[in-house]
Ligand binder design. Sequence first.
Ligand code: GRF
Length: 196
Amino acid sequence: MRLGFFASGNGSNMQAIIDACRNHTINAVPVLLISNKADSGALRKARAEKISAHYLSSYTHSNENELSDAMLKLLIEHDVDWIILAGYLKLLPKKVINYYKGMILNIHPALLPKYGGKGFYGKRVHQAVIDAGEKETGITIHIVDEEYDRGKIISQCVVPVMDGDDAESLSKRVLEHEHVFFVETLRKLCNGELVI
Ligand code: GRF
């Protein structure tokens, strides 16, 4: 399996997956990163790993059709099998979603369908969980369709909310679990233990 990442931020989930591919925990090869932020940690990490890394956004391509074509060109040139959204804050263009139907995974730092959808990203997710007085939150890995956080759920893991947590401490705990859980889910997917 050849993995193509989309990431906007720090890229720590991407890095965890790359490490797991390199040490053969996951039977896959990371081949491409597309980021919509020119100065993202994800771009730096992918370059340091010698993975083909590209900045594509509405600034580099103001026309949505041209942006989709540029993304698809890279994905096809790199023979990407699975697209992994690892903290990508934009909706993928419809053309890309249709071309890779059922082969795009996203990680969301909450137990969907709760605390998902437009506007639920970063600390806002964890703040909403705390404001609601939840005792548990978690992680969801799902197939991506044309709506934010709505595609078929393939795996979930529960993470406790502790007394005295704020959005910062909760996001830190969830992120640590994400690194392990994303790797574990991909490991199962790539060796056929998990069938979608
Ligand atoms: C993670 O919390 C992920 O669930 C969300 O964005 C964050 C990305 O973190 N979609 P990183 O860029 O992998 O460090």
